[in-house]
Design a binder for this molecule. Structure first.
Ligand SMILES: *Cc1c(COP(=O)(O)O)cnc(C)c1O
Length: 366
């Protein structure tokens, strides 16, 4: 048996006729920028999340950059974010001209630690940017209290967390804006790059839309220099089809996670936690291997089981951030986790037989 890390072919086969029809509809109208497909998707995704506005943009990275810029964040400002994430979270802060301030994470949920965040606040702090890493929501009620008490913005990197909730409320709706990625491997993925921002602030929504479209206020009138980052109409058409399946796909991911939980219980591995108030959507199923992770991963590879490490190096320790002068010891939790984490295959189409094969292989090694 062969278990890939993700299988986009399998999912595509289940919805191919609808995707083909949606793409053909765009081709028939030749509305390649904007048009019905983008309008419909923005409406539908806002409704899905329970937000009043959705702005489709070019990627999840752009969603972060545009939100930060639209809030007026720039040179001299500080934005606090998680040490354990993908570099898109922090590079977009730097791209606005602001300084990125990294904080350590909670060992159980992998989310940015609230106490450490509190200690990182200064009079230069303009925003806090938590990441709903692997599909588990960060502690938004606590971070919101903190942000409100200090009068700073709260943004959410929800690139890995479509459909995740806290007490039934969708991620992306706790802060001033929520940023999503529709990169093909994400929980809701397009057939190329795409992203979106949700916000309940109408004025912020129109500022984001303006900056994403060259700072345009009318055809040849530009309030500021913006960027070109619009949601592609073909991608929007694909997303319209897929959004209808999102809840069912998330349920399937959760079922796969429950099966892993049962099968790996008692092995001494630390399994992903789910806070009582949270709905984890399992973009990734990340276990912690206390000893000899490399040996386990090599054995999985030998048995044709793909796995991953998200991420092998905490962001502040990357070469790109050497100028900040951080050391691993400054982020003890993120550093320890980075040496123990292992992501197992998880996607809606993963069969019970495959999960059992993965778990049996793991048990034979440890
Ligand atoms: C994927 C991802 C992004 C960036 O999204 P793109 O659409 O690839 O630009 C940002 N943050 C996190 C946590 C991600 O996983």
């Amino acid at each position: 048996m062969k278990v890939p890390f993700i299988d986009l072919h399998k999912q595509h086969q289940t919805i191919k006729p609808q995707i083909d029809r949606a793409i053909n509809d765009v081709m028939a109208t030749c509305d390649f920028i904007g048009g019905r497909a983008v309008y419909d998707f923005e409406k539908a995704f806002a409704k899905y999340c329970g937000a009043s506005n959705c702005i489709g943009v070019g990627s999840g990275t752009d969603a972060l950059y545009l939100s930060l810029r639209a809030l007026g964040i720039g040179p001299g400002d500080e934005v606090i974010t998680a040490a354990n994430s993908f570099i898109a979270t922090s590079e977009t802060i730097t791209h606005t001209g602001a300084n990125v301030v990294f904080v350590d994470c909670d060992p159980n949920t992998f989310a940015m630690d609230v106490e450490t965040t509190k200690m990182a606040l200064t009079d230069k702090t303009k925003a806090i940017l938590p990441v709903h890493l692997f599909g588990h929501p960060a502690d938004m009620p606590a971070l919101k209290s903190l942000a409100d008490a200090h009068g700073v913005y709260l943004l959410e990197d929800a690139a890995q967390a479509h459909g995740a909730q806290i007490h039934g409320k969708s991620v992306g709706t706790f802060g001033h804006a929520g940023c999503f990625s529709f990169y093909p491997g994400k929980i809701l993925g397009a057939c190329g790059d795409a992203g979106a921002i949700i916000t309940n602030d109408d004025k912020l929504a129109s500022t984001i839309r303006m900056i994403a479209n060259h700072g345009r206020t009318s055809k040849y009138d530009h309030a500021v220099e913006g960027v070109n980052s619009r949601l592609d109409s073909l991608q929007a058409a694909v997303l319209n089809v897929k959004l209808k399946h999102l809840d069912a796909w998330v349920e399937k991911r959760r079922n796969v996670a429950r099966l892993y939980d049962t099968q790996l219980n008692g092995t001494g591995l630390t399994l992903p936690a789910e806070s009582p108030s949270a709905r984890h959507v399992y973009h990734l199923y990340v276990i912690r291997v206390p000893h000899e992770r490399e040996r386990l991963q090599a054995k999985l590879t030998e048995k044709d089981i793909a796995s991953g490490i998200h991420y092998p190096t905490p962001l502040p320790i990357l070469h790109a951030y050497r100028y900040l002068g951080h050391r691993s010891e400054d982020f003890p939790v993120a550093t320890r986790l980075s040496k123990q984490i292992l992501s197992l295959p998880i996607y809606p189409e993963l069969t019970e037989e495959m999960v059992r094969y993965v778990c049996d292989t793991i048990k034979s090694v440890i």
